[in-house]
Design a protein around this ligand. Structure first.
Ligand code: HEM
Length: 216
């Protein structure tokens, strides 16, 4: 297997894993609409899952480690692929194809950096409670979420953050299909699928902040 094929495999499989996590995460968030018990019990469930075999928190911590590794590998492989692609096509430097490739990789790079910054903020906010508008309480997820999205600044940060993540996912799925070598017709369908999927993710994630900010 060539180095490029290996990097493509790492980048697309870790991307897929992160997308699966996002699907799980967005479904978990929708428990907000079931009320405080529904969401808080879900957070507790995540902590005690597998406790008979592994002890409390072990499964969650293992999952966290795998997720962090997936993020690191994803960033590393996509960064190297972008560099290879730019180096491999210097002869196209003045062509439209080259310009569109460099535009799309610069766009993905900027979106990726913004998505990562949002993720760091998000973990400091909801997981660790270090940044919070008022009175973060461990395992009182419903309350922490409600207080946060009543605050305009936090609402706006999440609105922008979720939009950036959705755009990154949309473009990422499409370019993964493209770099896996699917033909033009399929790529067109893949592009529509990626947009539709990212839109579901965007609506799903933003449903909670919008509900809290405007209707609660
Ligand atoms: C409005 C959108 C979102 C809300 C309301 C939300 C809510 C939360 C909450 C409450 C937690 C802490 C869970 C707990 O303590 O049990 C959490 C953790 C987390 N979220 Fe989100 N999230 C949102 C969007 C996102 C997005 C877009 C991403 C990915 C880029 C993301 C990635 C994570 C990660 C990695 C964790 C840490 C899991 C852990 O180790 O505890 N979240 N989120």
């Amino acid at each position: 297997m060539s180095k490029i094929s290996f990097l493509k495999l790492v980048s697309s499989s870790t991307g897929l894993f992160i997308i699966l996590f996002l699907i799980l995460h967005v479904s978990g968030n929708l428990k907000y609409f079931g009320g405080p018990d529904s969401l808080d019990n879900y957070a507790l469930f995540l902590r005690i899952f597998g406790k008979e075999i592994l002890g409390e928190y072990t499964f969650l911590n293992l999952f966290r480690i795998v997720l962090v590794i997936a993020f690191i590998l994803h960033i590393w492989s996509t960064y190297l692929l972008t560099r290879y692609n730019a180096k491999a096509s210097p002869q196209y430097e003045s062509s439209l194809a080259y310009k569109s490739t460099t535009f799309s990789s610069k766009y993905m790079f900027v979106l990726g950096i913004l998505a990562l910054s949002f993720l760091v903020f998000h973990i400091l906010h909801f997981t660790l409670g270090i940044i919070h508008p008022d009175g973060f309480e461990y395992l009182k997820v419903y309350n922490n979420v409600t207080i946060s999205f009543k605050n305009t600044i936090y609402f706006l940060i999440y609105f922008i953050g979720v939009t950036v993540v959705s755009l990154h996912v949309s473009h990422g799925i499409w370019s993964a299909f493209q770099s896996l070598g699917f033909n033009y017709l399929f790529v067109k369908h893949a592009r529509n699928f990626a947009k539709l999927f990212a839109m579901f993710l965007w609506i799903g994630f933003l449903s909670v902040p919008i509900f809290v900010y405007f209707f609660k």
